[in-house]
Write a protein that binds this ligand. Structure first.
Ligand SMILES: NC(=O)c1ccc[n+]([C@@H]2O[C@H](COP(=O)([O-])OP(=O)(O)OC[C@H]3O[C@@H](n4cnc5c(N)ncnc54)[C@H](OP(=O)(O)O)[C@@H]3O)[C@@H](O)[C@H]2O)c1
Length: 275
């Protein structure tokens, strides 16, 4: 894609992979609208190509306001990166309704709301790229992460269906499945269920085995700039794979998931995580 006056919208852009992508693409001549709840986190940014914009992906009204603003100014959105997301850590037994709905409201319905608002612009312009940030946990289950996993499985399903739906309008739809990445995810955006983390919980052994290990692996994970580079590659290469894995853990587990039976794969994961 020729990147003169190309417009990108990224959700959840104030930290991690969203932030790295916003900065990287704006340095590569894209005009980037960084959708965020925290525009103040961009106070130190001086480049005119990186434009923080307040967006609440729970609200169609908030989303439409952003989209209308961009459309009025540029008549186009070339690339949408659906990146915003967080992780709920809870057993299914302990889930409360609000936690459960909130996880899907952000990771799944938020992505759908933003896509729904952007698609008519791309369709009219007969061109566009939608990149959904999923997870390697969109193909692999792990205990305590059932809601997060299922939200990312949903993102995979949405991506696969949308590809057919939008093909005739020259809109590409991709998903990226990151392994563990060193972002604000474990520090700020893992929400823990109090009952699950109670020392007297019947799941306490599982929690104490798995949770610190996952947090450590995230905090020592790959660097978010790798995702930014992949996103630029996807934009520039119209033959880029529909689904791409990135990061050490994704590269380890996704091929294994394809090769092994469900039972053998589960055995390997149990051994690896001591669960
Ligand atoms: N880090 C990992 O190991 C990993 C692995 C696989 C997939 N992912 C996925 O990668 C994407 C980016 O995450 P990241 O690793 O870069 O983590 P991050 O630094 O925590 O960034 C996540 C962004 O999502 C937005 N967000 C978080 N909670 C939200 C909420 N309740 N409502 C609305 N927006 C919310 C925030 O945007 P604002 O504050 O700017 O609004 C935040 O900047 C997520 O979809 C995540 O699921 C991460």
């Amino acid at each position: 894609m020729n990147n003169i006056e190309k417009i990108v919208l990224i959700t959840g852009a104030s930290s991690g992979m969203g932030r790295a992508t916003a900065e990287f693409l704006s340095q590569n001549n894209f005009i980037v609208y960084a959708g965020t709840r925290h525009t103040k986190k961009f106070n130190d940014i001086k480049t005119k190509n990186l434009r923080p914009i307040t967006m609440d992906i729970r609200s169609s009204k908030s989303i439409n306001k952003v989209i209308n603003f961009i459309q009025d100014k540029h008549k186009n959105i070339n690339v949408l990166v659906n990146n915003a997301g967080y992780g709920l850590v809870s057993t299914v037994e302990n889930l409360d309704e609000d936690e459960m709905f909130k996880q899907f409201n952000i990771n799944v319905f938020g992505l759908l709301r933003v896509s729904k608002a952007v698609i008519p612009i791309m369709r009219t312009n007969k061109s566009g790229i939608i990149i959904n940030i999923s997870s390697f946990l969109g193909k692999i289950g792990l205990p305590l992460l059932t809601l997060y996993n299922s939200s990312k499985y949903a993102v995979e399903g949405i991506t696969d269906s949308l590809r057919y739906e939008l093909k005739d309008f020259n809109i590409r739809v991709h998903s990226i499945l990151p392994g563990f990445f060193d972002t604000e995810f474990a520090r700020n955006n893992l929400v823990t269920n109090l009952e699950t983390f109670d020392k007297k919980s019947p799941y306490s052994k599982l929690v104490s085995n798995l949770a610190p290990l996952i947090i450590e692996q995230i905090n020592n994970g790959n660097k978010p700039q790798e995702a930014a580079i992949m996103i630029l590659d996807i934009i520039n290469n119209d033959k880029f794979a529909a689904r791409a894995t990135i990061g050490d853990k994704a590269k380890k587990f996704i091929p294994m998931r394809k090769e092994l039976s469900d039972e053998d794969f589960e055995r390997r994961v149990r051994e690896y995580y001591n669960i």
